[in-house]
Design a protein around this ligand. Structure first.
Ligand SMILES: Cc1cc2nc3c(=O)[nH]c(=O)nc-3n(C[C@H](O)[C@H](O)[C@H](O)COP(=O)(O)O)c2cc1C
Length: 401
């Protein structure tokens, strides 16, 4: 597909980020971008990649680069999947439909969120590409079962359970900007919305949306004040534990990932209860702050678990070299959230396609320059850790003599 001329000026994900920021009202931008507490995790997710260096394989035949791989039982054209993100219609009126179509067009896999602003059936119908459905466990057991069965009936190939969000993260910048869900004009936010009339016009001229997979549950009158955020606050199941997760894995009975795994011990446990994959993820730095970056955990978790589980690295990926490093350290694929949302905010489906095109072109060039003609050729020796920052954590307590 030819590149729309207006998108040519955006040469990388940072360019798309800059433009998305220019187009979105501040409260919406803050919701997209910001992290929790002091945003250590948010910053570290990307900056941690800089710690590792790439040592290319010389004189490899790179006349053909093959980026195809398999995850969740699906063949995809390159090792990047689109992470679940709630309420994409905040960023563009076509929301999740635009994202699902762009993912299919780019030969990637889209993971639709429980908190989508489009219902899961319409998302599934929008594209022929491989799709995964992300569930949150909620206090309403009937709703949990319904979501799983709806995803199965709609033809989703895989399921993912997010486990790092039993309560929302403390995103102060979002609160400070006066963001409510769905956006409403408060005195605080009015000026900020007024500064983005194009967004306001396109938002107001389209039909109103809500959390389409849950709309039955959030009808006005049912929850009093129609405030999704407070409804959702009480919806998430805080008693969520390994038994719940195992039950859902059995119920799904197909490719299944646990998203939000951040340690070897939990990765082992995920495999024991039947997960075929994990997302090493801190939710893009939006939940618990002060966690390691997912990239810092990949080699350790892969070494401990062996080849027997699919590992997806999720958080901070903005460059082809980031994907290359993650794969070399043992990931099967990477997952991106904000990068495709920037594209969505800039130009809907064409913008998401552009974000994916940029990342894929970078990855192909980086594979060529590093002497890796296929995903299998991206081996551990490609990455150098110039100064291991931490001593390995001892498995038994060290006793001083
Ligand atoms: C606006 C936004 C909404 C998100 N909503 C969800 C969600 O509904 N479910 C989920 O599991 N993760 C959600 N995430 C986290 C992403 O799935 C992913 O873990 C994160 O974006 C990866 O980091 P990155 O944005 O640096 O690529 C959301 C992230 C963003 C930015």
């Amino acid at each position: 597909m030819p590149l729309p001329p207006a998108l040519k000026q955006y040469l990388n994900i940072a360019d798309l980020h800059h433009e998305a920021r220019r187009r979105l009202p501040l409260p919406v931008y803050q919701y997209l971008e910001r992290g929790s507490d002091d945003e250590y995790s948010l910053r570290n997710n990307t900056s941690a990649f800089d710690h590792y260096q790439l040592q290319p394989h010389a004189l490899a035949d790179v006349s053909r680069i093959d980026t195809r791989t398999r995850v969740f039982g699906c063949e995809i054209d390159w090792p990047v999947i689109l992470a679940p993100t709630g309420m994409s219609r905040l960023f563009h009126p076509d929301g999740e439909l635009a994202v699902a179509r762009a993912a299919a067009q780019a030969g990637s896999l889209y993971c639709a969120s429980t908190f989508s602003s489009t219902d899961l059936e319409s998302i599934a119908a929008a594209s022929q590409g491989p799709k995964m459905f992300q569930v949150y466990v909620v206090t309403d057991q009937q709703l949990n079962n319904q979501l799983i069965e709806r995803a199965r009936n709609a033809g989703y190939e895989a399921m993912c359970l997010t486990v790092d969000t039993v309560v929302g993260g403390n995103r102060e910048a979002v609160a400070r900007a006066g963001m409510s869900i769905p956006p409403a004009l408060s005195l605080k936010s009015m000026l900020q919305f007024a500064a983005r009339p194009r967004w306001v016009w396109s938002y107001l001229s389209r039909p109103k949306w809500d959390l389409a997979n849950l709309s039955e549950r959030i009808r006005p009158g049912r929850n009093g004040k129609r405030d999704m955020a407070s409804y959702l606050g009480g919806l998430l199941e805080r008693r969520l534990d390994w038994t719940h997760a195992e039950r859902i894995i059995r119920q799904w009975n197909g490719p299944f990932a646990i998203k939000g795994i951040m340690s070897v011990a939990d990765a082992r446990r995920a495999r024991e209860i039947g997960a075929s994959a994990i997302f090493i993820s801190n939710h893009g730095g939006r939940q618990l702050d002060c966690t390691p970056a997912p990239i810092e955990l990949v080699a350790e978790i892969r070494a401990a678990l062996g080849a027997d589980i699919e590992i997806i690295v999720d958080g901070g990926i903005r460059r082809g070299t980031h994907i290359l490093k993650a794969l070399a350290m043992g990931a099967n694929a990477c997952s991106i959230g904000r990068p495709y949302l920037y594209g969505l905010a800039v130009a809907g489906q064409a913008g998401v396609e552009h974000a994916l095109r940029l990342l894929r072109a970078e990855l192909e060039r980086d594979m060529t320059l590093s002497g890796c003609a296929s995903i299998a050729a991206i081996t551990a020796d490609l990455v150098r850790d110039p100064a291991p920052r931490l001593r390995p954590i001892p498995t038994t307590r060290e006793v001083s003599p």
